[in-house]
Ligand binder design. Structure first.
Ligand code: PEP
Ligand code: MN
Length: 347
């Protein structure tokens, strides 16, 4: 349930209300909004009606709303303001789309540094690059592991780009967290609940990719797994789902962007590289993603895609990536980005 405090409620009154919640049955998640504070109570207590009545009786409480729908911490009910993830000067979920770009996998220093410099010059703010790679075949390049993370950190140091890289299992949580700014949870791990629970306990932004055949409901519930542990810094990433088409690697479900924005305050970014599997389709789909309200893009870029150790066919060369950046910055209509439950920003 959601407890909406009155605008004038003091910290002491908030503490009083929190103290009335049975700690053994409910976890309290506090959201301090611009106007007022909201408490999200998540738990399995059987006495919900009694608790609702008790909390409603406090003069500092405006209203208590029971949430019956499956979305709790991800929903606008809990947080009527949009989530903006802030990494120093870089924002995800702000006024303009944030672009993450880089190779599918970190292969060597030269490849990474060349790519990092190129994407930075073109206007990207975050460098992507896998060090632990989930490959379909056990015989394919599996990533450089910690050495790859060190190269990413070096690229960050030189370019000022932030880093996003994939965490594949609990075993590597410490090492990946040490180096990265954003933890990527890949499509294959979207429903790895022990992993989601573990990263929910960190204080680090997480980019949760949509599972290969996940519904929007399953995807948002995966985000709930992370948030209910206390980590509310979640970015969703639409990366396409499996359908019957053979011409593209996946079907990029752009309708999920406005759909999620109806339900959730979380930022959504789009991956047109994995979403299509073909570099020729990346720019058109990136433009379409921005036009329908995506908060950002994650794009694979490689200096020599024909020599890439993974995902070459869907990687843009730096010149094409620069073109993409020009195209989207020319789209005046970063249209109607939803900034709160009812409001759309006017650009
Ligand atoms: C990736 O970003 O390189 C990746 C493996 O993505 P996904 O999990 O979406 O397949
Ligand atoms: Mn890839």
């Amino acid at each position: 349930m959601i407890v909406v405090m009155k605008a004038e409620a003091s910290e002491e009154e908030l503490d009083e209300v929190l103290a009335a919640v049975p700690k053994d049955k409910y976890d309290s998640h506090i959201f301090r909004g611009v106007d007022r504070t909201v408490i999200g109570l998540i738990g399995k207590g059987k006495d919900k009606e009694t608790l609702k009545n008790r909390l409603s009786s406090y003069s500092s409480v405006d209203k208590v709303i029971a949430i019956l729908d499956p979305y709790k911490l991800t929903s606008w009910n809990f947080k009527p303001e949009k989530t903006v993830i802030q990494l120093e000067h870089v924002k995800i979920g702000g006024e303009k789309p944030t672009v993450m770009a880089g190779p599918c996998a970190v292969e060597n220093e030269e490849q990474l540094m060349t790519t990092a410099r190129a994407v930075k010059k073109a206007g990207a703010e975050i460098l992507r690059g896998g060090a632990f790679k989930p490959r379909t075949s056990p015989y394919s390049f599996q990533g450089l592991g910690e050495e790859g993370l060190k190269l990413l950190a070096k690229a960050r140091q030189e370019t000022g780009l932030k880093i996003v890289t994939e965490l594949m299992d609990i075993e590597h949580i410490d090492v990946v967290t040490e180096y990265t700014d954003i933890i990527q949870i890949g499509a294959r791990n979207m429903q790895n609940y022990p992993l989601l629970t573990a990263i929910g306990q960190l204080n680090k932004p997480v980019m949760l990719k949509r599972g290969m055949s996940a519904t929007i409901r399953e995807w948002l519930l995966a985000a709930e797994y992370i948030m209910t542990e206390g980590n509310h810094q979640v970015i969703l990433c639409e990366r396409g789902i499996r359908t019957f088409g053979e011409e593209t690697r996946n079907t990029l479900d752009l309708s999920s962007i406005p759909m999620i924005k109806e339900i959730s305050h979380l930022p959504v970014v789009v991956d047109p590289s994995h979403g299509t599997g073909r570099w020729e389709l990346v720019r058109p789909m990136a433009r379409a993603a921005v036009a329908c309200g995506a908060d950002g893009l994650i794009v694979e870029v490689h200096p020599k895609p024909e020599e890439a150790l993974s995902d070459g066919p869907q990687s843009l060369k730096p010149d094409k990536f620069a073109l993409l950046m020009e195209e989207i910055s020319g789209m005046k209509n970063y249209l109607n980005r939803k900034i709160s439950r009812n409001l759309q920003s006017v650009v």
